[in-house]
Design a protein around this ligand. Sequence first.
Ligand code: NAD
Length: 490
Amino acid sequence: MMNDGQIAAVVTKVLAELGSPAKTPQSAPSVPAQNVAAGSVAETAASALSGRGSSSDGLFDSVDEAVEAAVLAQKQLIGMTLEQRKEIIASMRKAVLENNRKLAELAVSETKLGRVEDKIRENILCACKTPGVEDIQTTALSGDDGLMLLEYAPMGVIGALTPITNPTGTLINNSIGMIAAGNSVVFNPHPNARQTSAAVVQVIHKAIVDAGGPAGLVALVRVPTLDTAKELIEHPKVIMLVATGGKPVVRVVLSSGKKAIGAGAGNPPVLVDETANIRRAAQCIVDGASVNNNIFCICEKEAIIVEEVYETLIKFMQETGKAYLLTAEEADRVTKLVVKDGKINAPYIGKDVQIILRDAGIQVNDACRLAIFRAQPDHPLVWKEQMMPVLPLVCVKDFDAAVEFAVKVEGGNRHTAVMHSTNVEHMTRFARAIQTTIFVKNAPCYAGIGLGGEGHTSFTIAGPTGEGLTSARSFTRQRRCTLVESFRII
Ligand code: NAD
């Protein structure tokens, strides 16, 4: 087992490799050792789905078995010391890094969404920048009336519903945060990401047991369906629910009668004003809108640009070598392909730009990451969460019009917005108007989840229920202990 010093060294090394925003994704980090025990991931995923796995690997045939195991495991966890809990978390982080490439490849091959190199970065981010036990430090207050302690206590068993878009990142991030807070977790993952989700849970489960932790602390329903999701939501021993996905699932958990965290959809605008460093803005927008083929909920989904710098921005985006400007006629063809009956055409979600454009009869080179086009304000991709590397660019007359329009297209999701500007007054005005959970200035969207930006990461960004970028503390309840007339020692 690694000690704290060794873990710190690994984390420091990996974070150094994550790189600065303007350099990515060309400078995707070299990935730390991925081969230790990695050969077993795909095999264990296959065995998991064939039913040969058992509760000893965190996978369960029924919701009830998973929850019962999680109840027992959680009781054992809170009987252990915080030092032991830290060792469990350290072991989880290490195992994810060791199995990173296999998990990333499995995610892309199963879901057909995103890019392997970006999934690798996602996993490093979640393994290294998800806060652990340090996030639930007790606070104390002393005064004339004595002492008050505020402790962050575990909720118990958490039921977590996870999305197809991030079957590695969300499970890693949720597991670390929930267990650091003293809970156990039962996952009902997206059915079309069940193999990857099972593989992640097996890696994490083994790491927990190897570190001396209880089996069943992280559990997964082997064949997840909407029925098993309902069963999990309604299970009397599941105390808290966490849903990461679209609006419907957030609504479902919020109407459960239980404590629930809902992390829903977004449609993040990126606003560029006339004071921005336009070359930098162009690079950042191309990097942000193309990362993982735009399947992150935080990705720039439409650009709103003031007239004065509109054409310059387009020119600089093309000069990155990674953005292809569609002609008006090509943009029509692509739109007909990716929007069907007023909805996003699902088979194109998360696909490489080469595939999308090829199907529209357009050839681009391998370096291309993003298609861009001059869009009218009412274009469907401006208003819908497309989750693919096709970015509409809307021209507006000035900053005031940009703010007004960006607030409308964000749609009240309170999710993410990005801005490129050097005018502090403009920045403040836009941030106040848009009211998003994440507001990124002069960087790609992903700086807002700690990739090349300060702060911890979260793959459950809870706008609807207000927790923001969730962390261990979000999965706790506060307990206060008051001692009157004593223990003020000064
Ligand atoms: P989804 O809502 O279809 O599915 C998410 C999870 O909820 C899955 O496990 C699914 O099986 C379950 N689910 C869906 N409907 C349900 C219902 N009626 N009852 C019970 N369970 C149900 O989302 P997706 O397509 O997997 O993921 C993409 C969406 O998730 C996008 O809208 C994206 O913006 C959002 N997302 C948000 C965040 C965030 O942190 N806010 C993070 C990742 C993804």
